[in-house]
Design a protein around this ligand. Sequence first.
Ligand SMILES: [Zn+2]
Ligand SMILES: [Zn+2]
Ligand SMILES: [Zn+2]
Length: 137
Amino acid sequence: MKPLRRKNKRQVTYDPDTGQNREWKLEQTKHTRADNGSVDTDEIVRTSFKDCGCDGKIGGICYVCGAVSCISCHGRCNKCQKPICLQHSNFLEKKDGEKERLCGTCYDVITRKRGWAKVGRFFLSLIVDTGEKSNEK
Ligand SMILES: [Zn+2]
Ligand SMILES: [Zn+2]
Ligand SMILES: [Zn+2]
């Protein structure tokens, strides 16, 4: 039986950062004439899930992988303001103990600058570790 009439409704979110539309909800209505002459209506409503797996409002789309995250998972890079998902967020602890969310590129730039201080701390922790172990023996 051929559908009499079809109606498609789509809900999209426009992301100004990527310039793309992301589809959230697909509503498909199909009207068919049944054998007895009545017009039947089929309605399909499909809601797409967020990639982070959470419920709740949509926070945004990651500019790296295109993943859709909820408000609590999604964030922006503190430096370049690009939207990033939790997976592509790097957290850098600041001096005041607060965590700074950074994208991969900005995180690389900052950690490269701090690189030598980190290496020094790493060797220091090695020395402390071996010292503790030899004390146990
Ligand atoms: Zn989430
Ligand atoms: Zn991502
Ligand atoms: Zn950045």
